[in-house]
Design a protein around this ligand. Structure first.
Ligand code: ADP
Length: 436
C-alpha cells in the first residue's frame, strides 16, 4: 500500500472517530458518523470535479493545489502529461527531420494511400520530375498523372522487382526509372530516379564500341586479303607457318569485331525492327548443317527433333545468331564423338529451343555469369576452339528482343543443356512463314 493511501486511511479513520465521539457526546451517534461520511464524500467529489476540469480546460499544465491522496494523483497525472508532451515534441521534431530528409532526396518519392492508387504525399523531387502540384494532385490516381503504357503495365503487374524506364511527363529529354516498393502490407511507395546521365554514358559506351569495331573492320579486311594472297602464292616452308598463324589470328579478330558489332546493334536498334514470321524449322536445319561442317572430323552425333509447324515472330538474322551460338558452343565444348541433342517444340504455353550436349558441364558458380561479355570458364579452351567470349551475351540480347529467356542447366561431368524459351505471343504457325 502506498504512503499516500495509508495517510488517507488514517485521515478517514481519524475523521470517523471524531464523528463517533461528537455523535456520542450529543447522543446522536449515527448522525455524527453520517455527517463525517457526507463531508468526506463531498471532499472527494469536489476534488474529482477539479480533476475533470483541469484535464478538460486547463491550458497551463500546472496541477491544482490539493491535499492527501488527491495531491499525489494530480502530481502523477501532471508528470504523465509532461512525459507525453516531451514525447510529442520529440515525434514532431522527428517528423520535421524526416520531411526535410525526404524533401532533400534527389529521387522523387510518392506515397500512395493504403490499398489504392491515390496519391497521399510526395517530395520536392517528385514535383520537379513528375510535375505534381500541391494541393491539386493530392488524392489523384497515380495512373491519371503518369499515363505512359509501360508504367501502367508495371503498376498493374503486381511484380515490382524490376522497375520501368519512361520519359519524364514534364521534362523533355529526361528519362526516369520508376520503381514501386510495397511496405506495411498494403501501402506502396513510388520512387523515380533521373537516369538521363547514366543513359548518356551508356549510349557513349555503346557508340564507342560500335565505332571502334567498325573502324577496325576495314584494316582487318585489307590485312586478311594480303595474307590470303601471300599464302596462295605458296610461300617457302620458313614463312608458311607464321603466315598461317597470322591468318588464323586475323580470322579470330574478324569474328571478334563481327560479334562486337552485332552486340552493339542488338543494344541500340529498336526491338522488333524487321520482324516477320521466321520459319524456325528451316533455320534450325541450316544451323545444324553449319554445326556438322564445324564438327568435321570430330564426328559429333547430332540428334535433331523439330516441330515442323511451329514458327516464331522475330528477326531471322538475330534468331540465327542465337541458335547457332548455342549449337556451335555445344560442338566447341563437347569432346570428339559426343552427342548433341537439338529440340524445337511447344512446351506448355511457350516455345522451347534446346541444345543438350555430353560435354564437360559447368560448375554452378559460373552459370549466373556466363552471359557476361568475355566471361569464360576455360579461357584457353574457348580461344583454342575459336570462341570470342561474346556468344552467350549475344544469345541473351537476342532473346530479350524476342520476349524470350535463356535457361541453363549444367553439371560438371554430366553435360549441359542451354534452352531458349519464347513467350506464347511470339509463337506462330509456319503457314504464314516465308521460308528462307
Ligand atoms: P565463347 O565464345 O568463349 O564460347 P560464350 O559466351 O559463347 O563464349 O560462352 C561463355 C563460356 O561459357 C564459354 O567460354 C564456356 O566456358 C562456357 N560454355 C558455353 N557453352 C558451353 C557448353 N555447351 N559446355 C560447356 N561450357 C560452355
Amino acid at each position: 500500500m502506498s504512503r499516500a493511501l495509508q495517510e488517507e486511511l488514517s485521515r478517514f479513520v481519524g475523521m470517523l472517530l471524531a464523528g463517533i465521539v461528537a455523535g456520542a457526546l450529543f447522543g446522536q451517534l449515527m448522525a455524527g458518523v453520517l455527517l463525517v461520511l457526507v463531508i468526506y464524500l463531498g471532499w472527494h467529489l469536489y476534488n474529482l470535479n477539479r480533476l475533470v476540469r483541469w484535464l478538460r480546460e486547463s491550458k497551463s499544465f500546472q496541477p491544482p493545489e490539493a491535499s492527501g491522496i488527491w495531491d499525489e494523483a494530480f502530481e502523477h497525472i501532471y508528470r504523465l502529461q509532461q512525459r507525453n508532451q516531451q514525447r510529442k515534441r520529440n515525434l514532431r521534431g522527428m517528423l520535421k527531420r524526416l520531411h526535410k530528409l525526404t524533401s532533400a532526396l534527389p529521387d522523387a518519392t510518392v506515397e500512395l494511400r493504403p490499398d489504392s492508387e491515390e496519391i497521399e504525399w510526395w517530395n520536392t523531387a517528385a514535383a520537379r520530375y513528375l510535375g505534381f502540384e500541391f494541393p491539386r494532385d493530392t488524392g489523384q490516381r497515380i495512373s491519371n498523372l503518369i499515363r505512359h503504357p509501360a508504367f501502367l503495365e508495371y503498376l498493374h503487374s503486381q511484380d515490382y522487382s524490376q522497375g520501368v524506364e519512361i520519359p519524364s511527363p514534364v521534362n523533355e529529354g529526361q528519362t526516369l526509372r520508376l520503381r514501386l516498393v510495397s511496405y506495411t502490407g498494403n501501402r506502396r511507395l513510388l520512387v523515380a530516379r533521373d537516369m538521363t546521365h547514366i543513359q548518356k554514358l551508356e549510349r557513349m559506351r555503346q557508340d564507342f564500341v560500335a565505332n571502334v569495331s567498325h573502324e577496325l573492320r576495314t584494316p582487318l579486311t585489307v590485312m586478311s586479303g594480303y595474307l590470303e594472297a601471300l599464302i596462295d602464292d605458296e610461300p617457302d616452308a620458313q614463312s608458311a607457318s607464321p603466315l598461317r598463324s597470322m591468318q588464323q589470328q586475323a580470322r579470330r579478330m574478324n569474328r571478334l569485331v563481327e560479334d562486337l558489332m552485332l552486340l552493339a546493334r542488338l543494344e541500340t536498334d529498336e526491338p522488333g525492327n524487321g520482324s516477320q514470321v521466321v520459319h524456325v524449322p528451316d533455320l534450325i536445319q541450316q544451323v545444324v548443317d553449319q554445326a556438322k561442317t564445324f564438327s568435321g572430323k570430330e564426328n559429333h552425333q547430332f540428334d535433331v527433333q523439330i516441330e515442323s509447324t511451329l514458327c516464331l515472330l522475330g528477326v531471322e538474322s538475330e534468331l540465327y545468331s542465337a541458335f547457332s551460338n548455342l549449337v556451335l558452343n555445344a560442338v566447341r565444348y563437347t569432346p570428339k564423338g559426343g552427342e548433341i541433342q537439338i529440340r524445337w517444340a511447344r512446351d506448355g504455353e511457350t516455345g522451347l529451343f534446346s541444345v543438350t550436349d555430353t560435354g564437360p558441364g559447368i560448375e554452378a558458380i559460373h552459370i549466373p555469369r556466363l552471359t557476361e561479355r568475355f566471361y569464360r570458364v576455360d579461357a584457353g579452351r574457348s580461344r583454342e576452339r575459336g570462341g570470342t567470349g561474346l556468344g552467350l551475351a549475344i544469345v541473351k540480347h537476342v532473346l530479350l528482343r524476342h520476349q524470350g529467356r535463356l535457361e541453363i542447366e549444367s553439371e560438371p561431368g554430366r553435360g549441359s543443356c542451354f534452352s531458349c524459351r519464347f513467350a506464347d505471343l511470339q509463337l506462330r504457325s509456319c503457314q504464314s512463314a516465308i521460308s528462307s
